[in-house]
Write a protein of this length. Structure first.
Length: 165
């Protein structure tokens, strides 16, 4: 059993090393000095990213949502300027064994933006989507290309972000 675990570990390290050597990484709007909490490209060529300051903790630091084509100025950055997530965002999360579910959202004027992320490490079923609502009506849904995503949503769980009412 130990040799199988060792073999799997070596394969994972080699795959990560090969991707890093080839410059393969998920697209993101985050700056090099920011932590990528989440970043996911969509089929329409646009990307949603959650970018945190390096000092993000329960009491200090900032988080900002950015959306648009990577390499260009984001179409939407919220909040403006970046602020602590406990002030501007909602986070509902749940876990059960190998699965986790995160519903990260914020409101701006009459619109609510919601990123829903669901992962399951046992059956390798991972998905994420972005939904936009105007008032209480769904305006759009976009499915994330999760195979190209960066998902560190667990970092937000200890920050005191309120649940959506």
């Amino acid at each position: 059993m130990k040799s199988k675990n060792f073999f799997v570990s070596v394969c994972v390290v080699l795959c990560i090393s090969a991707n890093a050597a080839n410059g393969v990484k998920a697209p993101t709007h985050c700056m090099p000095d920011e932590k990528v909490i989440f970043s996911c490209p969509f089929k329409n060529g646009k990307t949603a990213s959650l970018c945190a300051s390096p000092d993000l903790s329960k009491d200090i630091g900032t988080l900002q949502y950015r959306f648009g084509r990577v390499g260009k100025a984001p179409e939407l950055s919220y909040p403006q300027p970046a602020g602590h997530p406990s002030t501007y965002f909602w986070l509902d999360s749940s876990h059960g064994g190998p699965w986790a579910r995160y519903d990260f959202s914020f409101s701006m004027d009459r619109f609510r933006y919601s990123i829903l992320i669901q992962t399951n490490s046992v059956i390798a079923e991972n998905e994420a989507s972005l939904s936009v609502f105007r008032d209480s009506h769904r305006v759009t849904d976009m499915e994330c290309r999760f195979d190209s995503a960066i998902n560190n949503m667990w970092r937000l769980e200890e920050l005191g972000i309120r649940q959506r009412p």
